[in-house]
Design a protein around this ligand. Structure first.
Ligand code: GNR
Ligand code: NI
Length: 179
């Protein structure tokens, strides 16, 4: 297993559409294991392959407190969405430090394949419903700030650049103290 670097917005791989998985082999299993390790280490509740630079339709999710609910979704598709929306504050490992409110359906039904290629369906609610939508969006090149109004998205992008600038300053300070 290996922890992978998480690609940061606005890298073009985060805006690209991932390709369907057709081969269910050990390489795919290794990628899923590495993605799970990367997600748990972050820590995060989900991770899409785009975020580690791989344009394959696969995501890993674990929304449990105890980190015992790892689920791998290969070629996930949302086949039903509730009309009722929920407003939830979202974050993303590719937009580190940024949190914004997003409205999404509060219940979804997802169809996906497991690592053996077997199809399954799952009814999702709560954080799992939000996360499944956030991750399937990544596979279509969509990040959560794309759901905001143009004005709010621009403000969020500005906020993100400021966060990055501050982080860089802190790093410079650290390096300075070292010598
Ligand atoms: O760790 C994550 N937390 C989170 C919180 C609210 C809504 C969505 C998420 S997903 C995010 C991990 C991530 O970036 N997945 O793509
Ligand atoms: Ni994300």
């Amino acid at each position: 297993m290996a922890k992978l670097p998480v690609i940061q917005y606005p890298h073009p791989v985060l805006a690209a559409k991932a390709e369907p998985v057709t081969v269910f082999d050990d390489d795919l299993r290794r990628l899923a294991a590495d993605m799970a390790e990367t997600m748990y280490d972050a820590p995060g509740v989900g991770l899409a392959a785009n975020q580690v630079g791989v344009l394959k339709r696969m995501v890993v999710i674990d929304v449990t407190e105890e980190k015992t609910g790892l689920t791998v979704f290969v070629n996930p598709e949302i086949i039903e969405k509730s009309d009722t929306l929920i407003d939830h504050e979202e974050g993303c490992l590719s937009l580190k430090g940024l949190y914004e409110h997003v409205k999404r359906p509060d219940h979804v039904r997802v169809r996906a394949q497991d690592l053996d290629g077997k199809t399954f369906e799952l009814d999702c609610e709560g954080l799992l419903a939000i996360c499944v939508q956030h991750e399937t969006d990544h596979l279509d090149g969509i990040v959560f700030i794309d759901h905001l109004s143009m004005l709010k998205k621009q403000r969020a992008a500005t906020k993100l650049r400021k966060l990055r600038r501050e982080e860089k300053e802190r790093e410079k300070e650290r390096a300075h103290r070292m010598d």
